[in-house]
Design a binder for this molecule. Structure first.
Ligand code: SF4
Ligand code: SF4
Ligand code: SF4
Ligand code: FES
Length: 596
């Protein structure tokens, strides 16, 4: 076929699509070529040269990640010359590297360390340059630590922040041996435009960019008998945690995760999915209220389109990049923060526990949630609503530290009171999920009928396309909603901040006619979050998404408004969506920030 090329690698012929690289062809043959600067999600940089191979007829070694496969090429991946060159690269990197592995958070989970091990580099051939360098560790952010002494300047982080996230918080400063990854005026990450999304963290091959971990704080709380430690787990944790504990991508581990959390010593094992359902009740009602103000009251001050507010990376992005649209953001707090506010009010009252003794821990697929938990806006209960936010990766570390054989755990359930949820809440973990969950409930409230999609699956908002539009015609409405008769509700879903930026540009240019916008900061939505197991690749994101939809289909209740604990909390505590108490505990406003 004209659009394929045939090459030979290590004596084996392989055909591959024209435009693909030698590295792609080797992968097709299951031949492993080491890489460092290469990442499947990013454009090719070709700067580390770990992936070099020998091409017959060509004097210099070629970088396989950057070299397009061409008809007739003969490649050798494992010659003496190749092995020496790769070893040389790693030795040079190590000469400038603070390779104090036992003190490093990435110890045993580091690509550089793996390669040094693979190449059996026991002695350093080059002079150790580390003592001459004036390295800095930026640990001021509650979410991310940047340690320049661990950086190998592969620039995956720079490309991630620029290409995928359109933030460009990180750039290359200085030249030659002084070159480093830096921020605006070398300010701490906490003070620049960084959204804390952690997408650079999941792509950094070393310990140079890592989440700030709160493992010891959580253990201390668990061991403190005076404290009542409760834990909530986000939707996307249950389809990814297994990857860090020896299971296949796409394994659903909801029951094992609940069992593990109980064995770790948490006093109550609860679910962020409960407040995801609550978010739908509050956000759906907020959208309908805004539509009524626009369509019936003709109120010129109402802000449409309304955007979702669950993703703290997106919130920080809009605060910096589009502050003039902050009033378009739903006032709903994220499910994590709704849970935190209720933990120290509703839960404390119902359980008869002094809220000052409650320690509220969250397990999130996200590093930005750590920042969100520390926001001054998030103290409506009278305390910090969420005390510590852990990533999915940190939970895996805790499970290993406790010596739990995760794979052999039985499936257990969450505790009751803020532990029950619907399938609509589970799909919050995938791009399009919040929109789908909101439509399942809003359509039914307005018409009294289920959404007109087979088996409740609103497929137009599913999948990995960066921007997805969907329209739902509202007909035969209940009398109270007559103003919506015949309205075509227009929605759009974007994931990854580069796609978010496209949507916001359309809003700004006046070319958009959407009513409701879902934005998630991370590619694929929370399932691809910056706190999820590493690696996170397009293939792995696909498997996690499939698992999320399987979990939804397997749930007895698949609509937020049918969750019995949601009905209970409105009856006993909140009264109704957007009530005075809801506004006090579940809603907030955000602040404009500088764009630098
Ligand atoms: S970044 Fe990797 S090689 Fe460097 S100290 Fe940490 S674990 Fe070791
Ligand atoms: S911080 Fe990490 S991703 Fe960025 S250049 Fe350094 S090693 Fe590479
Ligand atoms: S956390 Fe996100 S926004 Fe911040 S530097 Fe990393 S990729 Fe960029
Ligand atoms: S992985 Fe190919 S040059 Fe870095």
């Amino acid at each position: 076929m004209a659009n394929t090329v045939k090459i030979n690698i290590d004596g084996i012929d392989v055909s591959i699509e024209a435009g693909k690289t030698v590295l792609d062809a080797a992968k097709k043959l299951n031949i492993h070529i080491p890489t460092l600067c290469y990442h499947e999600d990013l454009c090719v940089a070709g700067n580390c040269r770990v992936c070099v191979v020998e091409q017959e007829g060509v004097k210099n070694l070629v970088a396989s990640c950057a070299m397009p496969a061409q008809d007739g090429m003969v490649i050798h991946t494992n010659t003496h010359k190749v092995r020496n060159a790769r070893r040389h690269v790693i030795e040079l990197l190590l000469s400038e590297h603070n390779a104090d592995c036992t003190k490093c958070y990435k110890n045993t989970r580091c690509e550089l360390q793996d390669l040094a091990g693979e190449m059996v580099i026991n002695e350093h051939m080059f002079l150790d340059l580390v003592p001459d360098k004036n390295y800095t560790i930026d640990n001021l952010s509650p979410a991310i630590i940047k340690d320049d002494s661990k950086c190998i300047r592969c620039q995956r982080c720079v490309r991630t922040c620029d290409e995928l996230q359109h933030v460009s918080a990180l750039g290359v400063a200085y030249k030659g041996e002084h070159m480093k990854i830096s921020t605006f005026f070398e300010n701490p990450m906490y003070e620049v435009v960084c959204t804390n999304c952690g997408q650079c963290v999941i792509r950094c091959p070393t310990g140079a960019l890592v989440e700030k971990n709160y493992l010891d704080n959580v253990w201390d709380a668990i061991y403190d008998e005076d404290k009542h430690v409760i834990v909530q787990t986000a939707p996307a944790t249950r389809i990814a945690l297994g990857e860090d504990l020896g299971m296949e991508a796409g394994s659903i581990v909801t029951g094992k995760m609940a069992a593990a959390l109980r064995r770790l010593g948490f006093d109550s094992v609860l679910d962020t999915d409960f407040t995801a359902d609550l978010t739908i009740m509050e956000e759906g009602t907020e959208l309908l209220t805004r539509l009524k103000r626009a369509l019936v009251d003709k109120d010129p001050t109402v802000k449409l389109p309304m955007t979702t507010s669950c993703s703290p990376g997106w919130i920080k992005f809009i605060e910096h990049m589009y502050p003039e649209y902050l009033e378009n953001v739903s006032t709903c707090k994220s499910p994590q923060q709704m849970f935190g506010a209720l933990a120290k009010t509703y839960y404390a009252q119902k359980r008869g526990i002094d809220p000052s003794k409650i320690v509220s821990v969250s397990i999130m697929p996200c590093t930005a949630k750590k920042f969100e938990a520390n926001r001054p806006e998030m103290r409506d209960s009278g305390y910090q609503d969420v005390d510590m936010g852990l990533t999915t990766r940190e939970l895996a570390v805790m499970i290993k530290q406790a010596g739990i054989d995760f794979k052999e755990l039985p499936d257990e359930k969450f505790d009751s009171l803020m532990g029950k949820s619907s399938g609509a809440a589970v799909i919050f973990g995938a791009t399009g999920g919040v929109m789908e969950a909101a439509l399942r409930t809003a359509y039914e409230i307005v018409t009294g009928r289920e959404v007109p999609f087979k088996n409740l699956n609103i497929t137009p908002v599913r999948g990995m396309e960066g921007v997805k539009e969907a329209a739902v015609k509202i007909e035969n409405v209940l009398p109270a909603w007559s103003f919506l008769e015949g309205v075509e509700l227009k929605t759009v879903v974007a994931h990854g901040l580069t796609n978010a930026n496209k949507v916001m540009q359309a809003v700004k240019n006046g070319t958009a006619d959407w009513h409701f916008i879902e934005i998630m900061a991370c590619p694929g939505g929370c399932l691809g979050g910056g706190g999820q197991p590493i690696p996170t690749t397009p293939e792995i994101r696909k498997k996690r998404a499939e698992a999320i939809y399987r979990e939804d289909e397997g749930m007895a209740i698949r609509k937020s408004h049918e969750n019995p604990e949601i009905k209970q909390i409105y009856e006993e505590f909140l009264e109704e969506p957007l009530s005075h108490k809801s506004h006090w505990l579940l809603h907030t406003h955000y602040q404009a920030r500088k764009r630098e």
